[in-house]
Structure formats: C-alpha cells, structure tokens
Design a protein around this ligand. Structure first.
Ligand code: PHE
Length: 449
C-alpha cells in the first residue's frame, strides 16, 4: 500500500559523463585534500595509508556499488529508496531508517564541512595578499582565532551550497564540475612537481609509503575506515541519491570503479604534494587540521607567482568542497521535496540553516570553545567528525551491505548490475555479504568493546 504513493520525480542526469562527474564531485573534496593528509600525519603515515587503501577496496568499493544499486532501482531519495526496495524484496519497510540516519549524518557533516570550506574561501584572499612576512603557521593561528571571521566565511559557504541545491543539482553542478574538476587535477599535479623539486621528497615518500605497523591501534583502524567512508561519500545516502538520477544504460560497476579510483588518486596526490613541503620547512606532520593551509601557504609564499597560483588553488579547492557539500544536503532535500512536504528551495534553505547553526559550534571549537570537550577529549568539531566518520557512516554502510547482501531480492540486483563477468560478480557478492559488514563490525568491536 505504502509504496503506491506517488512521489515527485527528480529527473535524470543528462549526458554520459554527468553521473561520473557529479559522483566524483561528491567524493573528491576536503576529505581528500584537507582530511586525508592531516589524518595520515597524525596517525604516523604509511601504515594508515595502507589500511586506508585496504578499506577502500574491501569495504568502500563493494558498498558504493550497493548504494547505487538501491538508488537507481528506486529512483528516489534514500529514505524512500530504502523503503521501496525493501518492500519490493518482501522485507520490512523499517529499512528506511538507514535513509533517515543518512540525512542526519549529512546535516552533521555539512555543519563542520562548511566551516573548513569557509577557511578555504578565506585563503583565496590570504594567499593573494600574503607577503610571507608572517609565517604560514602564524597566519593560520590568526585565521582561526577570530570567531567572527570563521563565522563569516562559514555563512558564505553555506549560502552558496543552499543556492546550488535550490536550483536543482543537475543544471548547476553538472556544468560546473565538468570544467573545474579537471583543472583541480592539473593544479594538484603542478603542486606535486613543485614539491618534488623544492621539498624533501624522499622523506615524504618514506613517511607516506613505508608502513610501520608497530604503532597501529584499534583507533588507527577506525580512523582509516572512517576516512575511507567519508572520502568516498558512503554510508549516508549521497551516492544513493545521485544513483537515483543515473540513466539505466550506464554500468554501475564500472562507474563506481572510476569514481573510487579518482577519489583515491586525488587523496594520494594531495599527500605527495603536501608532505615534501612539510618536511622541507620543518613543519610538523602531525599538526592536525591546519596542515594543508600551513603547508600550501608556505609553498605559495616562496613560489614565483605564488600570489596567483595560491588563490587559484584555493578557488579550486573551494569548488571541490562545494561539489561535495551539495551532495550532503541533497538526500534530505530530495526527501522533503519528493514527499511534497516543502518545495525544493525551501527544503534546501531550512536544512542548510540547521547545519549552519550546528556549524557555529565547530567554528568556536577553534577559539573560545577550544577547551570544551563533547565526546571524551574531543572538541566540538572533532566530536562531529567522530560521530559521523567513525560511527554513522560505517554503520550506515554496514546496514546497506547487509541489506543488499542478505535481504534484497536477487533479481532486482541483477537487473541493475546488468551484464557482468560472473567471477567478478561472485567476488562482489562475497565482499558485500561477508567481508564489508564483518570488517566494519570487527573494527567497531575492537574499538568500542
Ligand atoms: N567525500 C567528501 C569529501 O571527501 C565529503 C562527503 C562525505 C560527501 C559524505 C558526501 C558524503 O570531501
């Protein structure tokens, strides 16, 4: 009965590349260029990187395929997609709570994401005017010590996100990512070459790729897994929502593979661009969230034409962040608008406003609230990151894998997957049924029990 309800349609992506571009836009963002290097840095480098790669392959990729399978099958927002596919598979509509948890996680992530993206916007101007008189480390301290400054840029970024989502993501974003993402890729490669010539390249490569497992704790595992979920944008319905707009004639498996590869590549390239500079300038690899801002600004301060290359880098980083933030807002907005509860524009405004209010806590955690601890010794921003990356996303992903592996009707799955090498298909099934959910469960168990 319930599924007979008429839901508003969202339309489909136009063009062969639009899904890949939008999904890559969702995946590639601050998680790759801000998050990955600083987490690798605080977790000792190589071992973290290797575990991260393992998580992408064994957990992330199989779950990404699963999420898109559900999304495209239903053609709805994650809440309704989960419910619909569950009912079509003769199982309980309660699976929709996976969709709800996704909307919730999306709002929490967006709240702190916008604060960090706001810092990127601010750095467009800082890098254009920086003379190098002030060290990059001091510059970063200045930026984060002012609550008003952070709140201002947080507001700008959140407004931009809401505006794009209001307009309907297919028109705005499809066009934007097509030009700007490749440009970001090229600039990243330029930064790697710069770092190779001017930085301590050998030390950086050893740091990133020579694993030392002696310091690996259950926390390292959890952080690496959380980072994999976050970076691929999994476990909260973003890619499920995008999958809903994917034309039926496109291959889910090969598209997932492309998106996951590009995402991983950008994270690794970001690491290779940042760490040589960190080591050459005797900065601290484990300095935390300021890592990308401090290292890149140090490089631009030294570089000829740094006052042009710097702003370009931060503009592209901001665009990459924007193409991710809209995918955080989309599941909730798609739900409210397809149910006819609120028009798209109003939904975007309201959800963005809630995230904006929550984001104030993260902005203040850099200054006046720095001593306020929410979850054990974590400040507000770290707590938001912890709840989402390390709890909600892996949990959501685990349920998605269990659903597709054990509950979703086989014929519905094979319909979506289409023609595929049978060995590869069996392998994917095996990972979705066993490896992905058990790995998440194991890592949770080690950390929390
Ligand atoms: N993947 C994005 C990034 O790395 C963030 C994101 C998380 C997007 C979850 C969608 C869902 O920046």
């Amino acid at each position: 009965m319930e599924i007979q309800k008429q839901l508003k349609s969202h339309g489909a992506w136009v063009g062969k590349w639009t899904f890949i571009l939008a999904a890559t836009g969702s995946a590639v963002g601050l998680g790759n260029i801000w998050g990955f290097p600083y987490k690798a840095g605080t977790n000792g480098g190589g071992a973290f990187v290797l575990i991260y790669l393992g998580c992408i392959l064994a957990i992330g990729l199989p779950i990404m395929v699963s999420e898109i399978v559900i999304g495209r099958r239903a053609g709805n927002s994650p809440v309704n997609a989960m419910r619909r596919v569950a009912v079509d598979s003769n199982t309980t509509p309660l699976w929709r709570f996976v969709g709800w948890s996704g909307i919730f996680a999306g709002v929490l992530i967006l709240s702190f994401y916008s604060v960090i993206a706001g810092i990127c916007l601010n750095y467009i101007f800082i890098s254009a005017t920086s003379s190098g008189a002030l060290s990059a480390t001091d510059q970063f301290s200045n930026v984060i010590s002012s609550p008003l400054n952070l709140l201002f840029w947080h507001t700008v970024f959140m407004t931009l996100t809401a505006l794009i989502v209001s307009a309907g993501i297919k028109d705005g974003i499809g066009r934007m990512v097509k030009i700007l993402m490749p440009l970001l890729g090229m600039l990243m490669i330029f930064m790697v070459i710069y770092a190779m010539i001017n930085g301590d390249f050998n030390k950086a490569m050893t740091f990133l790729f020579a694993p030392d497992f002696s310091n690996v704790t259950s926390d390292t595992l959890l952080q690496a897994m959380g980072q994999a979920f976050f970076s691929l944008g999994l476990g909260m319905g973003s890619i499920m929502a995008y999958g809903a707009y994917m034309p039926k004639d496109q291959s889910i498996v090969s598209n997932s593979f492309t998106v996951a590869s590009l995402d991983t590549l950008v994270a690794i390239v970001a690491g290779i661009a940042i760490f040589p500079i960190i080591f050459a300038f005797s900065l601290e690899p484990n300095s935390g969230p300021g890592l990308v801002f401090v290292s890149m600004l140090s490089a631009f301060n030294q570089m000829q034409y740094g006052q042009f290359v710097g702003p370009l880098f931060f503009i592209l980083l901001s665009v990459a962040a924007l193409s991710s933030s809209i995918s955080l807002l989309e599941p909730g907005v798609a739900y409210l608008s397809e149910e006819g509860i609120l028009p798209r524009k109003r939904s975007a405004e309201i959800i963005a406003f809630v995230a904006w209010v929550l984001g104030i806590g993260s902005a203040l955690s850099f200054n006046i609230w720095s001593d306020f601890h929410l979850i054990s010794d974590r400040n507000f921003l770290d707590s938001m990151e912890f709840i989402t990356n390390q709890v909600l996303l892996p949990l959501g992903g685990m349920f998605i894998a269990i659903f597709v592996g054990w509950f979703m009707k086989k014929s519905l799955i094979t319909d979506e997957i289409g023609a595929m090498n049978p060995v590869l298909y069996m392998l994917w099934r095996f990972f979705v049924k066993f490896i992905a959910p058990l790995s998440v469960a194991y890592i949770f168990y080690r950390q929390f029990f």
